[in-house]
Design a protein around this ligand. Structure first.
Ligand code: SF4
Ligand code: SF4
Length: 96
């Protein structure tokens, strides 16, 4: 799943620079996560980095974007075609 930021966000700006996919940005009111970029940090870290640093624990999983680890990995490969696993990226992304 991608993660999302709830209205409890206090706009502290701690999470944004921690995201390896540049999925976090300041929205109209609070920070937001682009679900098409968030991989739950799969491919980069064992744990979601934004969740690790958020002082108010306002970043749950996004129930609208339920994804398996394989799908998250495929998303990671699409976002980072130059990664070590790039050779398999084409095959993965061509299947959706
Ligand atoms: Fe970015 Fe990782 Fe948080 Fe997703 S879980 S928004 S990829 S830091
Ligand atoms: Fe909002 Fe948490 Fe990110 Fe701070 S770390 S901007 S409170 S989501």
């Amino acid at each position: 799943m991608a993660l999302w930021i709830t209205e409890e966000c206090i706009n502290c700006d701690v999470c944004e620079p921690e995201c390896p996919n540049e999925a976090i940005s300041l929205g109209e009111v609070i920070y937001e996560i682009d679900p098409h970029k968030c991989t739950e940090c799969v491919g980069h870290f064992d744990e979601p980095q934004c969740v690790q640093v958020c002082p108010v624990a306002c970043i749950p999983v996004n129930p609208a974007f339920v994804e398996s680890k394989d799908l998250l990995r495929a998303k990671y490969l699409r976002l980072h075609p130059g990664s070590a696993d790039a050779s398999s990226a084409a095959a993965v992304s061509s299947t959706g």
